[in-house]
Design a protein. Structure first.
Length: 130
């Protein structure tokens, strides 16, 4: 009986879910933030994105948000980024919280993403100084 339960668990654990797991889709976003690459990060933006850089908040087009982030990364080059929380319970909306370290400051990063038609898009991104 124990072996049957173990085999069932293994089967369910490695079975395909019909789509890519959300964490795998967030991996390139994490890499882009770790590398301070606004252009790579912007590839995952909605056409319109809510952006908050330490209180400077607004709704931006994808291109405008990339320019704002390029300036942020230039002034605050990354020394590290790691996810500290993820909420992937809803298949269409996920939330991630990370910590971004630069030489000057530590920031909490709030990433909100939507997924529709196999499109993984960031619709809200906040960098808040800790």
């Amino acid at each position: 009986m124990l072996i049957q339960n173990l085999l069932l668990f293994l089967f369910l654990w490695i079975s395909p879910t019909g789509g890519e797991r959300p964490m795998a889709q967030i991996d390139p976003v994490i890499s882009a933030i770790q590398g301070g690459s606004s252009s790579e990060l912007a590839r995952y933006f909605n056409p319109s994105i809510s952006l908050n850089i330490n209180g400077q908040q607004g709704d931006y087009s994808k291109n405008q948000a990339e320019i704002v982030l390029r300036d942020f990364f230039k002034k605050n080059p990354p020394q590290g980024f790691a996810l500290v929380f993820k909420n992937e319970n809803n298949t269409s909306v996920s939330t991630y919280i990370g910590e971004y370290a630069s030489a000057q400051s530590l920031y909490k990063v709030f990433i909100k993403v939507s997924q529709a038609d196999n499109q993984f898009r960031i619709y809200s991104l906040d960098f808040v100084k800790s």
